[in-house]
Design a protein around this ligand. Structure first.
Ligand SMILES: [Zn+2]
Length: 435
C-alpha cells in the first residue's frame, strides 16, 4: 500500500511537472450535470408559471431551461414533476447572531451571558435552518454585539464548511453614544454594546473604513429611536445622528463601493435617512404619503420586516400593536406607488426555531400583493438590492443553480412557501423530501 502510494505521488509530481497531471485533474473534475424536471416552474421573471420544464444544471450554474424534452443521456434526473419549482428565496434583513428579543431582557441575556463563540455556533445552526426553509441568499444586518462574527459565518458557508445561504453582511451597525443597548447598567460596569458607537463626522468615516476593512458588505446605521404617535396621527421618532454625521456615513460607504441600510421606523427617522441618501429603509412603519412618494422617486428599497413586528407586538404591547396596523396601511399605499419592496423578516428578532421566516410572504399577500408579486419580492427584488441580479433571483440560463420546490401551488395558497420540500444551492441538493 505504502509503496504504491509513494509511487503514485511521485508519478503525479512528475507528470504535473510536464503538464500531464493537469489534464488528468481536469478529467477528474468533469462537470457535474443534473437535470431537474419541474412539474410547474415559477421562474421569477414570467408573469405566469410554465408547466413541465427541464432545468439543466452544470456544476453550480443553470445551463438551460427548456419546455419538456428528455434529459441528455447519462445525466442524473431529479423528478420534481409533481411539484412547483421556484428560485431560491432571498431575505434582505436577518440577524443570524440573535435568537429572539421580545423583551430587552431577552436581548441583554444574549450579550451578557453568551460568549461570541457560542453565539457564532448558534448562528451556524440558524443558517442551516434558513437554507432548509428555502432561503439561498440573505443579507444579515448586524451582529448585535457579536463584532465581526457574521463575516466568519459568511466565509464558513462560502468555503463549504457549514450549510447556509449565500451572505452579504453588515457587521456591527452604528449609533451615536448611548443610543442603543446595553443601557441602564451601573456606570461602574463595562457592558457589551449591540452596535459601534460613532460620534462626529470623522469618527463616522473612520468607523465605515474599519467595518469595511473587517469584511462589511453593507453599512447599517440606526436612524432613529423612541417611536411615538403625535396629535397628527403620524408615527414620529427621535433622530439619532445629525445630518452631517449621517451624510458622512453614507458618503464614505459609497466612496468605498458599498451600500447603506438604515433602520428607520418613525417618519422623522425615515425622512433623515432619505435626506442622507441611504440605499435601503428597514422597517419603515411610519412612512407617510409624502415619504412614500420620496422613496419611490429615489428608487430606494423598502424592507418592511412585518413578521418581526407582528411577532413582538403582543409581548411589547403599547404602540407596537398600533405600529403593525400603521405599517399595513403604508404597505398598501407603497404597493400602489410601485415602491421597490424587498422581502425582509428581521429573523433573529424572532427565534429562528419558532417562526419560519417564509411567513413574510403570507403577510405580503394578506396586505395586498398578488402571490406572484410576493414571490418576486422575495426573489428578484432582493437579488437586485444585493447587486446580484446576474447571479440569483430567477431560474434562467447562466444563473447560480439556487432552486427550491414546494408540493402544492403557491399561487393558490401562499403558505405553501412555508413548507419547502426541496432545496438546491449552487447545484448541491441540501434537502429533498419530494417523493
Ligand atoms: Zn433588524
Amino acid at each position: 500500500m505504502r509503496a504504491s502510494w509513494v509511487f503514485s505521488v511521485a508519478v503525479t509530481l512528475l507528470l504535473g511537472s510536464v503538464g500531464i497531471g493537469k489534464t488528468q485533474e481536469k478529467e477528474k473534475s468533469a462537470p457535474k450535470k443534473i437535470a431537474v424536471r419541474a412539474g410547474r416552474l415559477i421562474d421569477g421573471k414570467s408573469d405566469t408559471p410554465t408547466a413541465n420544464v427541464l432545468i439543466l444544471v452544470e456544476n453550480d450554474r443553470i445551463v438551460s431551461v427548456s419546455a419538456g424534452g428528455a434529459a441528455p443521456a447519462g445525466v442524473e434526473v431529479l423528478d420534481l414533476s409533481k411539484a412547483t419549482v421556484l428560485p431560491g428565496f432571498v431575505d434582505a434583513h436577518t440577524h443570524l447572531l440573535l435568537n429572539g428579543d421580545i423583551t430587552s431582557e431577552d436581548y441583554d441575556v444574549q450579550l451578557l451571558k453568551q460568549s461570541i463563540p457560542y453565539r457564532a455556533i448558534l448562528s451556524a445552526r440558524n443558517a442551516r435552518i434558513a437554507l432548509e426553509h428555502g432561503f439561498t441568499a440573505m443579507r444579515d444586518l448586524e451582529t448585535e454585539g457579536a463584532m465581526y462574527a457574521d463575516v466568519d459565518i459568511k466565509n464558513a458557508i462560502a468555503n463549504g464548511e457549514v450549510p447556509g445561504p449565500r451572505m452579504q453582511v453588515a457587521t456591527r451597525a452604528m449609533t451615536p453614544t448611548g443610543m442603543y443597548p446595553l443601557l441602564g447598567y451601573s456606570w461602574e460596569l463595562q457592558v457589551p454594546k449591540g452596535v459601534q458607537y460613532v460620534d462626529g463626522v470623522d469618527s463616522a468615516r473612520k468607523a465605515v473604513r474599519e467595518q469595511v476593512m473587517y469584511g462589511a458588505d453593507w453599512i447599517k446605521y440606526y436612524s432613529d429611536r423612541r417611536y411615538h404617535f403625535e396629535a397628527d396621527g403620524v408615527l414620529h421618532s427621535m433622530v439619532n445622528f445629525t445630518d452631517e454625521e449621517a451624510k458622512a456615513i453614507v458618503d464614505e460607504t459609497h466612496r468605498l463601493g458599498k451600500k447603506v441600510a438604515a433602520h428607520a421606523i418613525g417618519s422623522d427617522g425615515i425622512a433623515a435617512a432619505l435626506r442622507a441618501g441611504v440605499d435601503t429603509i428597514e422597517h419603515g412603519d411610519g412612512l407617510t404619503d409624502a415619504l412614500i412618494d420620496e422613496i419611490a422617486r429615489k428608487g430606494v428599497y423598502w424592507v418592511p420586516t412585518i413578521t418581526v413586528g407582528a411577532y413582538v407586538a403582543p409581548g411589547r404591547g403599547g404602540n407596537w400593536t398600533k405600529m403593525v396596523d400603521l405599517e399595513k396601511a403604508a404597505f398598501q399605499k407603497a404597493l400602489k406607488k410601485n415602491v421597490k419592496i424587498a422581502l425582509g423578516t428581521d429573523a433573529g428578532g424572532f427565534d429562528w426555531k419558532e417562526v419560519n421566516q417564509a411567513k413574510e410572504f403570507e403577510y405580503y399577500v394578506a396586505y395586498g400583493m398578488t402571490p406572484m408579486q410576493a414571490i418576486r419580492s422575495g426573489t428578484v427584488v432582493p437579488a437586485e438590492l444585493l447587486g446580484w441580479s446576474d447571479k440569483i433571483g430567477t431560474i434562467e440560463l447562466g444563473k447560480w443553480a439556487d432552486i427550491v420546490a414546494v408540493a402544492g401551488d403557491p399561487l393558490k395558497d401562499i403558505t405553501e412557501l412555508e413548507h419547502v420540500k426541496f432545496v438546491m444551492k449552487g447545484g448541491v441538493v441540501y434537502k429533498n423530501e419530494i417523493h
